[in-house]
Design a protein around this ligand. Structure first.
Ligand code: NAD
Length: 542
């Protein structure tokens, strides 16, 4: 136990490197990409700190070059999931008792490794296997991941510092125990940082974790695991298994020691997992924590007073960076008739200037979508739109999966504010625009609020302060992250804690103290310094 009230180093946001031509970071990243592209690695699961290989090998191929194999990973079975649970519970005996400054050191070291030795490696892995361009990889895999690791240490200490008052003669104190059991982390394909943070945040608070990454993010998950191990994370604290989701879920959520789910992914899967947990409630020793950040149908609303070029830039970046595969990506926009054409002309000009192709070529702004399933789903939406009378594609609409899963950035204009693509999450480079009469500003805000089941992010652009204030109030429940005069993407840890409500999740704000509070169970200890020795209170006197 610590013999001092330690102060942790102040967290800071990892500076985003430019990767401009001629910089050393660009040369290093290109070299790492090229090395990884030209080799085939064999990726194991990690259970109890051991590499586990199986005969069920599956290929890893870049989404932008799907016939080119860069690795294989070993798929696990029920036996591996069970082993991961047993191992975690065994590791809990020591890990849950380890004093906090040692846990903090491990994850702060992991942050330093991400930002230095492993920076090019984790960025190139994210470029290769998730098809992010260099900048999208940098802000995710290097910077956001390091930020999560550093800021969470500070938040942990902030939580530990929350202590009750004590009356004369007694000492009240609270200890923030890890959950009794194991935590399950189920992570999405689209952010390497989220993938690392979901198991790490629970482990930082003293929990043990079974982590199941998305099949399409395993390549960069492997780098994450290497970093955790090099940072000194003891064996068995985070166990990474590759397995069929429903099969793994069936085992994990039936187990009596299941104590929490840290999930990020689609709304449908999260609801399914919640139901499964509910159905198993009688099996558990403790009520499990359920934290899930899920889908979005994120909006941009322009007031007639806003600047057209700023709105167009918000759309071009907000809707199309990483091919719209961000939960926060703008996918519906509402433009006043007086300015809509001006904005759309700028957007079409931007879209026509985007270069598309492999992230290896740093001049490409757009790369491929994650896999064939996603490609077919998005292409299906584009085919649907082309058949409708109340919507028109004004730029894009094409797709081609001959070499990679490429979808053209697409702008749709509809006359129907409830058009299917104004409501449903597509998770691709498609934005749908509705033009409204300028005088209908207040009414359009009602439409924005009522159109989708989600409430993740949203942005309003306005040069008029009264309009901005009105919209902020009118859209109070329409987004967990609300932006004024900015795109609705790009939340930074420590500055814009992230999450949404309604169908978008439990809004526990990744990268915040609120989130870490879900991974501990406070125990109040009251100590009486001199215990009473007579049961009689004074009022009982004659
Ligand atoms: P997904 O729901 O398809 O998969 C997420 C994870 O769940 C994967 O690991 C997958 O294998 C697993 N899974 C699927 N079915 C399962 C089951 N029955 N039992 C157990 N595990 C199961 O999501 P995705 O395609 O990887 O990610 C995209 C989605 O994530 C989008 O909807 C996006 O909006 C959302 N997302 C949300 C946030 C946020 O912070 N709100 C951030 C990133 C992504």
């Amino acid at each position: 136990m610590p013999k001092g009230v330690f102060k942790v180093p102040a967290p800071y946001n990892e500076p985003v490197l430019s990767y401009a031509p001629g910089t050393s970071e660009r040369a290093e990243l290109q070299a790492a990409y090229s090395k990884n592209f030209n080799q085939v690695i064999d990726i194991p699961m990690f259970i109890n700190g051991k590499e586990i290989f199986t005969d069920d090998k599956r290929n890893v191929t870049p989404p932008h070059d799907h016939q080119h194999v860069i690795g294989t990973y070993s798929y696990g079975t029920a036996e591996h999931v069970n082993l991961a649970i047993d191992t975690a519970l065994e590791a809990r005996k020591k890990w849950s008792q380890m004093s906090w400054e040692h846990r903090a050191s491990i994850f702060m070291k992991a942050a330093e490794l991400v930002a230095t030795k492993y920076r090019a490696e984790i960025n190139s892995a994210t470029m290769l296997a998730q098809s992010k361009n260099a900048m999208q990889a940098e802000i995710d895999a290097a910077c956001e991941f390091a930020d999560f690791l550093r800021f969470n240490v500070q938040y942990m200490v902030d939580i530990y510092n929350q202590q009750p008052e004590s009356d004369k003669g007694i000492w009240n104190r609270v200890e923030y125990r890890p959950l009794e059991g194991f935590v399950v982390a189920i992570t999405p394909f689209n952010f390497t940082a989220i993938s690392g943070n979901l198991p790490a945040s629970a482990a930082l608070m003293g929990n043990v974790v079974v982590w199941k990454p998305s099949d399409t993010q395993i390549y960069s998950a492997h780098t994450i695991m290497n970093i955790f191990r090099e940072a000194g994370l003891p064996d068995g604290v985070i166990n990474m298994v590759f397995a069929d989701g429903p099969m793994a879920g069936d085992i994990l959520f039936k187990h009596p020691d299941f104590s929490g789910l840290h999930f990020t992914g689609s709304t449908g899967v999260f609801k399914h997992l919640w139901k499964t947990i509910g159905n198993n409630i009688d099996n558990y020793k403790t009520y499990p924590r359920i934290v899930g950040e899920t889908g979005g149908k994120d909006f941009i609303v322009m007031h007639p007073s806003a600047d057209s070029k700023a709105v167009a830039t918000g759309i071009s970046r907000g809707a199309f960076e990483f091919q719209g595969q961000k939960c926060s990506a703008a996918s519906r926009a509402y433009l006043p008739l007086s300015k809509a054409n001006e904005v759309l002309n700028y957007v079409v000009e931007d879209v026509n200037s985007f270069k598309t192709g492999s992230p290896e070529d740093f001049s490409n702004f757009i790369t491929a979508v994650i896999d064939e399933k996603a490609f077919d789903k998005i292409a299906g939406y584009l085919d649907y739109i082309k058949e409708q009378d109340d919507a028109e594609i004004i730029v894009g609409g094409g797709y081609d999966k001959s070499k990679g899963y490429f979808i053209e950035p697409t702008v749709v204009v509809t006359t129907n504010p409830k058009f299917r693509t104004m409501c449903e999450e597509i998770f691709g480079p498609v934005i749908t625009i509705f033009k409204y009469e300028d005088a209908e500003w207040e009414n359009v805000l009602k439409i924005v609020d009522e159109t989708s089941e989600y409430a993740l992010t949203g942005a309003i652009f306005s040069g008029d302060r009264y309009a901005a204030e009105y919209a902020t109030r009118a859209l109070e429940n329409a987004a967990g992250n609300f932006y004024i005069n900015d795109k609705p993407t790009g939340a930074v840890v420590g500055q814009q804690p992230f999450g949404g409500a309604r169908g978008s999740g439990t809004n526990d704000k990744a990268g915040s103290a609120q989130n870490l509070l879900r991974w501990c169970s406070p125990r109040l200890i009251k100590e009486t310094l001199v215990s009473p020795v007579d049961y009689r209170y004074p009022f009982l006197g004659e």
